[in-house]
Design a protein around this ligand. Structure first.
Ligand code: IMP
Ligand code: MG
Length: 198
């Protein structure tokens, strides 16, 4: 059986990463999300809309644990982040959305941080008249929320650290790391008014 440890070294680029959630932890969390979703919707057909790009790994694993008829689609949200907050305006791109009118929609994101991304997306998609719209996130950062909503499903609460892997990026890298790791703040040079792609 092949070991993959050595290949991960190439992903690191010399940055210091500390594992927060192992591959086994993540599998358990995704299984929990799938069970909750199945319990809620039963055999009803659903449409899962994943937020690009971070939620693609989660989407791929999650849908293979669900057995109801389901469709998938994508939406993109990008924000211009300031030095200390992510209050910069959020640009929502719904061009890739399938028809969600009268559909049972589940919006899926990798992480619920300030909550602005999910709040804005739920608001935009509501205009398209889905039958119902709910939300799920793999991760929720503790103490960071700036909105009055919470995702309907969350697998893990994590401390307020910048995390990468399992779809989450730093400057578009690390999405292919199979586990979740915290990036040492000393290695973070993202800031200023650089575009942050969700
Ligand atoms: P929010 O709008 O502040 O809730 O941010 C949600 C988006 O910010 C997520 O979809 C992620 O793309 C991104 N994000 C927030 N925290 C992190 C992190 O620690 N690592 C990588 N991306 C993050
Ligand atoms: Mg994202």
């Amino acid at each position: 059986m092949a070991t993959t440890t050595h290949t991960h070294h190439k992903i690191f680029r010399g940055d210091s990463l500390r594992t927060l959630l192992s591959e086994a932890d993540l599998r358990g969390g995704v299984r929990q999300l799938a069970d909750e979703i199945r319990d809620h919707y039963g055999e009803q057909p659903i449409t899962i809309i994943a937020v690009l790009t971070g939620a693609v790994v989660l989407l791929a694993d999650l849908i293979r644990l669900l057995d109801m008829p389901l469709r998938i689609g994508f939406v993109r949200a990008s924000s211009y982040r300031g030095q200390s907050t992510s209050s910069g305006h959020l640009v929502v791109d719904v061009k890739m959305l399938p028809d969600i009118r009268n559909k049972e929609v589940l919006l899926l994101d990798d992480i619920f941080d300030t909550g602005r991304t999910l709040l804005n997306l739920l608001h935009e998609m509501d205009h398209l008249n889905p039958a119902t719209i709910r939300s799920a996130a793999l991760l929720r950062k503790q103490g960071q929320q700036q909105v009055a909503i919470e995702p309907d499903h969350v697998a893990f609460e994590i401390p307020n650290e910048f995390v990468v892997g399992y779809g989450l990026d730093y400057n578009d890298l690390y999405r292919n790391l199979p586990y979740l790791a915290a990036l040492d703040p000393a290695d973070l040079t993202l800031h200023s008014t650089q575009e942050h792609s969700a």
